[in-house]
Ligand binder design. Structure first.
Ligand code: ADP
Length: 319
């Protein structure tokens, strides 16, 4: 393989730049040319493609976002859209593609692979909602951003007798909420993988209140519903005052943590290795600190799961 392309797609995540850098440098090291495709599949269909050099990825390892930008494209979900993309790949002489993104992006990668263009997927999303890898690029950074924010809420919380609800991202996955809740000693963690435990949450709040606890922190995953609705429900059921903080897009930004930079570099390098070996339709990941690769179709068919033991532990620690 003499020429490959790289694109970032779907929601961006801190560490994507470190992955792009690894792909570009590793490929060039092995005498493979790399083309950066801007704005994901949208840019692919439009031919928004530029050659990348060693220098084009200088000074980006520590930056959030993605220097080749990301986008969502409905058109690419159609056969006609994919054919348009393939025309551009042919025009630029690109023989293989590395796609950094989430499960939606991997569906696109699978379609291209089926149409004869070898693709390798790198999991880049703060949600950590992809099977076949213990961690996705961006999760650790987002988690640390959440922790920092909750620590600050905790400072003001100790000054008032209130219940604080922190709504965090994660789409349909509760990993960010679970890890953040455990790391921050939250009283309750509400995640979509576990059915509504409203009565239990109220019980715990009341117990804490009776014990003279000054405040309570509840971490709620966006997949469960709105923090404001939950707060209202608590106020209607108890005489507790609630305050809601929706962390929003700050969770997607910021300089990637060391863990995310290392993960992104390893996965980026490994993805290039797989293309060089002639692999296609694979997703790279990390399991038990070992680099692994899986069939994309198998990964997409697997439901996301959370660590049930960790969830149980969080409950036992917040009695
Ligand atoms: P993420 O990759 O973060 O899950 P999306 O689900 O929005 O984000 O997917 C990103 C892009 O991947 C979509 O906008 C679309 O262009 C492409 N994509 C998603 N699903 C498919 C599909 N079934 N076939 C082809 N392309 C797809």
């Amino acid at each position: 393989m003499k020429r490959i392309g790289v694109l970032t797609s779907g929601g961006d995540a801190p560490g994507m730049n470190a992955a792009i850098r690894a792909v570009v440098r590793k490929a060039i090291y092995h005498d493979i040319e790399v083309y950066g495709i801007k704005y994901g599949y949208q840019g692919l269909m439009e031919g928004n493609i530029e050659k990348m050099e060693i220098g084009s990825v200088g000074d980006i390892i520590h930056r959030g976002g993605t220097i080749i930008y990301s986008a969502r494209s409905e058109e690419f979900k159609t056969d006609a859209g994919q054919e348009k993309g393939i025309e551009q790949l042919k025009k630029f002489g690109i023989e293989g593609l590395i796609i950094i993104g989430g499960d939606g992006s991997f569906r696109g990668a699978q379609k291209l692979t089926e149409k004869g263009y070898p693709c390798i997927g790198i999991p880049g999303t703060i949600d950590n909602d992809i099977a076949g890898t213990d961690f996705t690029i961006g999760f650790d950074t987002a988690l640390n951003t959440i922790i920092e924010a909750i620590d600050k809420v905790r400072d003001t919380a100790t000054s008032h007798k209130r219940t604080y609800i922190i709504e965090v991202m994660g789409r349909d996955a509760g990993d960010l909420a679970l890890w953040a809740g455990l790391a921050d000693g939250a009283e309750s963690i509400l995640i979509p993988e576990v059915k509504d435990e409203f009565d239990e949450v109220i019980e715990r709040l009341k117990r804490g209140h009776d014990r003279g606890k000054k405040h309570s922190i509840i971490v709620l995953a966006e997949g469960v519903g709105s923090g404001f609705d939950y707060g209202k429900r608590i106020e209607e059921t108890t005489d507790l005052e609630t305050r809601v903080t929706v962390l929003g897009y700050i969770q997607r930004g910021g300089s990637p943590t060391a863990s995310d930079r290392v993960l992104a570099s390893r996965l980026g390098g490994y993805a290039v290795d797989l293309l060089r070996k002639g692999e296609a339709g694979r997703m790279v990941g990390i399991q038990n600190n070992k680099l692994v690769n899986h069939d994309i179709l198998e990964i997409l068919a697997q439901p996301h799961t959370i660590d049930k033991d960790m969830y149980q532990l969080s409950k036992e620690l917040s009695i």
